[in-house]
Write a protein that binds this ligand. Structure first.
Ligand code: ARG
Length: 592
């Protein structure tokens, strides 16, 4: 059974068609005036314009045709020809019962499932994850879950940054600080790059990389000789020089441990953990092929693909495929990855969930891929997002002015969550391990909901106090509501109160069911626009509608048939709310 909004949409369409006016204009939406109606259609106005008739006259004729529809309690015409539809209590009851019985809580599947890759997270070797990766992880994880839930065949890939210039910078910096490592690298030209990692390399920790990287990056910017050496080392690594390659493997290993921990704490997990380096073997043949297709151009020792098109408003730089040192660049591995994905999975859509500031990079890579025939035009899509800012309106920095590491952010939020739980007197009597688990879930809910409630393109201000509050439009508020329903249902079970058929009667029940019905619209919008905020908004509205229902409609003390109906409504609400939260990447505790 489809949602009421779509079902009524079809009925209005049929009435339009029967009146001989364009049915594609019959669109039904939720009413702007819930005090007057549940749904509305403004289509008569547009239809009148198109066929040169009076809108009110069309609306009247359509209304006449709809009057026999048992699902409608009232059909009225307002103003110049708006149709106002009020749904009958019976239709609402039917819909509520269908949602209650449906494991998907009333959600549909897409008609034509596609193979989709979501490229998100984008962590890098040696750069611990910082708040910049937070949005990529949170938004990407939600989009991945949403697409999968709608029925697509979805792969989430981290696209680990492990093959670029920063590797050369780090190899050089580690060698400078550790003469024994430098010596060893020079002495092992015949070693097996895939053999065991030498003991002195094992001394390098993530903390070392973390400390060395910013210094090396700064030196590389200031000092051309230093930069040239880093470029040379990058090329050596890419040519599988055994020493460089073994040291790089150590970098990868130590980074992955920390990344796995951070992603796990955030409830983010990838189906593929592929790195830029995993397409290394494709690069040479790809370069040869680009050359054969006449796409490669020599440019001062480097090789590029020109991607500008006629009609471009500004000139896009070319894709740098091979640097003058002969190494592969960020765009090179991205292009080869498109090829790899085509061979491995043949995706019909690839969604790149990456900071808006990389928009040009992706435009350039995508155009090159289309030119090379590695993807069909339009199947590669960059979903950009704004930044999380400090109160100064600039991308968030710590008080000391540094970038905040993801792990520190999570710890900070977790400790704030504990504080909040204590303040609210929640979880006091629970075993410590459970309390900790709850604090972790509240923290993740706080961070994720604060992010996802905004349209992804919008930047927002980091405000931990607000994010972690149990009041207002926050993740913790939603968890609290869900847990409240769980405890109500447990109590009902203890008292032996059984759920039964929903019979809608009260205004607050009507509102709740109409809100439950709107799940499908929210999902479709979030899916089509790749905008989980539509789903976040729905979760919030659902909680509010439940709160009003709970205040207005006593449950456990009501007469058995009424109690049974309301228990089913509560259970359906919980199922849908928990589902919506899961799709946002948020887990709900059993109790608080
Ligand atoms: N590692 C990159 C960064 O930190 C993000 C990777 C995004 N994905 C991609 N296919 N380029 O900026």
């Amino acid at each position: 059974m489809s949602d009421l909004k779509s079902a009524l949409g079809e009925a209005v369409e049929a009435a339009f068609a029967a009146e001989g006016v364009p049915a594609d204009l019959a669109r039904v939406t939720a009413s702007d005036r819930p005090d007057l109606a549940d749904f509305q259609s403004n289509g008569a106005l547009a239809a009148a314009k198109r066929v040169g008739r009076n809108p009110r006259e069309i609306a009247t004729a359509v209304a006449e045709r709809l009057k026999g529809d048992a699902r409608l309690a009232a059909v009225e015409i307002a103003g110049p020809g708006f149709l106002n539809l009020k749904v009958s209590d019976d239709a609402l009851s039917d819909r509520a019962n269908a949602i209650a019985a449906d494991a998907r809580a009333g959600a549909e599947r897409v008609a034509d499932p596609r193979r989709v890759i979501v490229d998100y997270g984008g962590p890098n070797v040696a750069k611990p994850m910082h708040v910049g990766h937070l949005r990529a992880s949170i938004i990407g994880e939600s989009i991945k879950r949403l697409y999968r839930f709608r029925g697509d065949d979805v792969v989430g890939d981290a696209h680990f940054g492990d093959w670029g210039y920063q590797m050369g910078l780090l190899i050089g910096a580690v060698m400078d600080e550790n003469p024994d490592i430098a010596e060893r690298i020079a002495a092992m030209k015949d070693a097996d790059p895939n053999g065991p990692i030498p003991a002195e390399f094992e001394r390098v920790t993530l903390a070392d990389l973390d400390r060395l990287y910013p210094e090396a990056a700064a030196k590389g910017k200031a000092d051309p000789a230093y930069r040239d050496r880093a470029r040379k080392l990058t090329a050596d690594l890419q040519n599988h020089d055994p020493g460089c390659y073994l040291l790089w493997r150590r970098f990868r290993d130590v980074t992955q441990v920390a990344l796995t921990r951070d992603f796990h704490a955030l409830g983010v997990d990838f189906d593929w953990w592929k790195g830029e380096s995993d397409v290394d073997h494709l690069i040479q043949p790809m370069v040869a092929e680009l050359d054969a297709k006449g796409l490669l151009v020599d440019d001062q020792g480097a090789r590029i693909v020109r991607v500008s098109r006629e009609g471009d408003k500004r000139e896009l730089p070319p894709l740098l495929v091979v640097s003058s040192e002969g190494s592969a660049m960020y765009g090179t591995t991205d292009l080869a990855t498109i090829l790899d994905r085509k061979q491995q999975f043949d995706p019909e859509l690839v969604i790149y969930c990456v900071d808006q500031r990389q928009a040009d990079h992706f435009e350039i890579v995508f155009r090159a891929a289309y030119l090379a025939g590695y993807a069909e035009e339009g199947r590669l899509e960059h979903i950009g997002f704004g930044t999380m800012n400090g109160t100064d309106g600039k991308p968030f920095k710590t008080r000391e002015g540094g970038v905040l590491k993801l792990n520190d952010l999570i710890e900070m939020t977790r400790s704030k969550a504990r504080e909040r739980l204590h303040e609210a007197g929640l979880g006091e009597n629970l075993p410590e391990a459970e309390f900790e688990d709850i604090a972790g879930k509240v923290a993740v809910a706080a961070l994720k909901f604060a992010d996802l409630q905004n349209f992804r393109g919008t930047s927002y201000v980091f405000d931990l106090d607000r994010f972690t509050s149990f009041e207002g439009k926050t993740g913790p508020y939603l968890l609290y509501q869900a847990v409240r329903v769980k405890s109500l249902l447990r109590k009902a079970a203890d008292e032996g109160a059984e759920a039964g058929r929903v019979v809608v009667a009260e205004p607050a029940e009507r509102d709740l069911v109409l809100t439950l019905d709107a799940f499908e619209t929210a999902l479709a919008e979030a899916y089509d626009k790749k905008a989980p905020n539509a789903l976040a908004e729905h979760a919030y509205r659902l909680s509010q509608a439940f709160s009003k229902f709970y205040a207005a409609c006593p449950i456990l003390v009501a007469a058995p048939p009424v109690r049974a109906s309301r228990l089913t409504l509560a259970a359906a609400t919980l199922k849908q709310l928990e589902l919506a939260l899961t799709l946002l990447g948020i887990e709900t505790p059993e109790r608080m």
